[in-house]
Design a protein around this ligand. Structure first.
Ligand code: HEM
Length: 217
């Protein structure tokens, strides 16, 4: 960013660069942190889902020599775990939505939207549309089997040319986290009815305290 100029030879201002770096830090850290927090929350609440994730992760763990790190092939084997993470991000999308600007006049659902208007697209309400997600409140990782949800019906990472560029890195981060935590521990929530606050990411109000139970070897 310091070295790149645009087609008119203009460089970015320091404020612009600072803005991009802050955006990257927040966009890259708080989102994935919210995602793994809700993975921990849902796995505590849904023991049958936890058990399936455990089964998948232990198969991978058993195939490794002591101290051997996860590799790319291992990540590809974590299909069920990723379906679970996707279902977590359907019900608790880290980013609730974002803004777009209409580049043309258009009509949507009987509303005329003039060119230049700012529009908000909501991941939260899209993910709960029963037309695309039957029984939307039900936690069901099988929604992501096969070809999965229709394009633009599942948008935790947005869509189109400005879609999240960190998606694949986030997938890696979430799956490595799930592997390392699930293979060592089971856990229970200490506050059964902890409230969720959204500021701007959803997060359990008291920081999701849990009690860990190490697996007996
Ligand atoms: C679970 C984790 C993450 C979620 C849910 C998430 C979600 C999103 C969403 C919804 C957008 C807006 C896309 C749009 O407007 O269509 C976005 C943009 C962006 N994300 Fe992520 N993100 C995650 C992780 C990351 C990571 C790890 C990085 C960087 C290492 C990152 C960097 C960015 C950047 C730079 C943008 C702006 C892209 C642009 O405007 O062209 N994100 N993200």
């Amino acid at each position: 960013m310091l070295l790149a100029s645009d087609e008119n030879g203009q460089f970015m201002t320091e404020m612009d660069i600072a803005d991009k770096i802050l955006g990257l830090l927040i966009g890259g850290h708080d989102t994935a942190s919210a995602a793994v927090t809700f993975v921990v929350k849902y796995l505590a609440e849904l023991p049958e889902i936890y058990n399936e994730v455990l089964k998948e992760q232990m198969e991978i763990a058993k195939s490794k020599k002591p101290g051997e790190l996860l590799n790319w092939d291992d990540i590809q084997k974590m299909r069920y775990s990723w379906n679970v993470a996707c279902e977590v991000m359907r019900l608790a999308p880290p980013l609730q939505g974002a803004f777009r600007e209409a580049i043309n006049d258009f009509v949507f659902a009987g509303f005329s939207i003039p060119k230049g208007w700012k529009l908000y697209w909501s991941a939260n309400s899209t993910h709960r549309n029963p037309e695309y997600f039957p029984e939307p409140e039900k936690f069901d990782p099988s929604r992501f089997e096969g070809s999965g949800p229709l394009p633009y019906s599942y948008v935790p990472f947005g869509g189109g040319p400005r879609m999240c560029p960190g998606k694949e890195y986030a997938r890696l981060e979430i799956l490595v986290f799930m592997h390392n935590v699930v293979k060592r521990f089971n856990w229970e929530k200490l506050l059964p009815d902890e409230k969720i606050i959204v500021n701007p990411m959803p997060i359990p109000a008291k920081g999701l305290p849990v009690r860990l139970f190490p697996h007996i070897a």
